[in-house]
Ligand binder design. Structure first.
Ligand SMILES: [Zn+2]
Ligand SMILES: [Zn+2]
Ligand SMILES: [Zn+2]
Length: 310
C-alpha cells in the first residue's frame, strides 16, 4: 500500500476525532452538539483502528471478503470510485484487540465508549457533557495512543490542532481522568511543567511521563533541584536538553514559579540568573567559583525575586 493512502487514513481518522472534540469542548456546546460529537469521535476511533489494521496487515485485511484478493493498486483505484466496502467495526475491533494484546482494561474502555455511543446515537439518551467527555477522554488517552503508537512524546499535540489540544488538556473531566491514571501508573506524581496539571509521574523505566499532555522525558534530562524562590527541597525541575544561550527553562512544582536556570561554567552547579548569579559577559558562575575567577570585567546580577515575594 502506498504511504499516501495510509497517511490519508490516519489523517481521516483524526479529522473526525478533532471535529467531535472541538464540538464537545466548546463552552457553548448544546446537548445536540454533545450527541453529534460522540458520533464523530466514534467514527474517528473506527477509522483509526482500520488505519492500524491496514498499516500492519495491508489494505486487503480491512476489505470485505471477496475484495481481499484484489491487489493494493486495484483496491486504491476502486476505493476512489466508491466501490470498496470495509469490514464492520465489530470485526475490526476484535482483530485489533487480538493482534495487539491490549489489556483487559483498554478493551473495557473501548466497550464502555461503545455503550456510551449506543445510548446516545441509537436512543438519543442525553448524558451530562462532563460525563461524556470523561468517557471520550479515556479512549483518547489509552486506546488512540496505542493505535498510533507514537515514536516520540509528547504525541497528542502532534495529532490534534493546537486549539483543540490546549482546551482538551485543561478540561476538568479530562484532567481528572489523567490524574487518576498518573497515580495508578507511577510514583512521585507532580505538576507537569508543560501543561501545569498534576499528572507528571516517574514511570518504572525511570522517565517522567505526563498523563495529560503526553510529555515524556528521561529523569536525567529533567533534573529536580532546590527551588530558589520557595526553598523547596528538589521541587523545581528544568528541561536540561533545551537551552537558549545557556539558559534553561524550568518550573517549581511546589510554588509554581517559573525559573531560568544556568550552569556554573566551572563546577556545573545550577545557578539562577533571575535570582542571584554571577555573569562575566560570557559565562555564568556560582558564588564560590566566581571567587576563583579573577576577572576584572565581572559584574554581578542580582534581582532577588525571592525577596520581592516575601
Ligand atoms: Zn503535561
Ligand atoms: Zn518553589
Ligand atoms: Zn561553580
Amino acid at each position: 500500500m502506498s504511504d499516501l493512502t495510509l497517511q490519508r487514513l490516519l489523517e481521516h481518522g483524526f479529522d473526525f476525532l478533532t471535529f467531535g472534540l472541538r464540538l464537545i469542548l466548546s463552552p457553548t456546546a448544546t446537548p445536540t452538539d454533545t450527541k453529534v460529537s460522540v458520533a464523530n469521535i466514534q467514527v474517528g476511533l473506527e477509522l483509526l483502528i482500520k488505519y492500524r489494521l491496514a498499516r500492519d496487515h495491508g489494505l486487503q485485511h480491512i476489505c470485505l471478503t471477496g475484495l481481499s484478493s484484489l491487489s493494493t493498486a486495484q483496491i486504491e483505484a476502486n476505493a476512489e470510485a466508491g466501490a470498496i466496502k470495509t469490514k464492520k467495526f465489530e470485526w475490526c475491533k476484535q482483530a485489533f484487540v487480538a493482534a495487539n494484546a491490549i489489556s483487559g482494561y483498554e478493551r473495557d474502555l473501548i466497550d464502555r465508549f461503545q455503550r456510551l455511543r449506543n445510548a446516545i446515537v441509537h436512543f438519543g439518551v442525553e448524558l451530562p457533557r462532563e460525563e461524556t467527555i470523561s468517557g471520550c477522554a479515556h479512549v483518547i488517552l489509552k486506546v488512540v495512543r496505542r493505535i498510533v503508537e507514537p515514536e516520540a512524546d509528547p504525541w497528542l499535540s502532534r495529532y490534534l490542532p493546537q486549539d483543540v489540544y490546549q482546551t482538551l488538556i485543561q478540561f476538568p473531566s479530562y484532567v481528572a481522568e489523567a490524574v487518576d491514571d498518573a497515580y495508578e501508573s507511577g510514583k512521585d506524581v507532580r505538576l507537569c511543567f508543560e501543561c501545569n496539571n498534576e499528572t507528571l509521574t516517574t514511570l518504572p523505566g525511570d522517565d517522567h511521563y505526563c498523563f495529560s499532555c503526553g510529555f515524556r522525558i528521561f529523569t536525567e534530562h529533567a533534573p529536580y533541584i532546590d527551588c530558589p524562590y520557595c526553598e523547596g527541597h528538589r521541587t523545581a525541575v528544568y528541561d536540561s536538553l533545551n537551552d537558549d544561550n545557556g539558559i534553561y527553562r524550568g518550573k517549581c512544582v511546589s510554588c509554581e514559579e517559573t525559573l531560568l536556570v544556568a550552569k556554573c561554567a566551572l563546577c556545573e552547579v545550577e545557578v539562577f540568573p533571575e535570582v542571584f548569579a554571577t555573569f562575566d559577559g560570557k559565562k555564568w558562575y556560582c558564588e564560590e567559583c566566581y571567587e576563583l575567577v579573577a576577572n576584572p570585567t565581572v559584574h554581578r546580577t542580582l534581582r532577588d525575586k525571592a525577596a520581592q515575594r516575601r
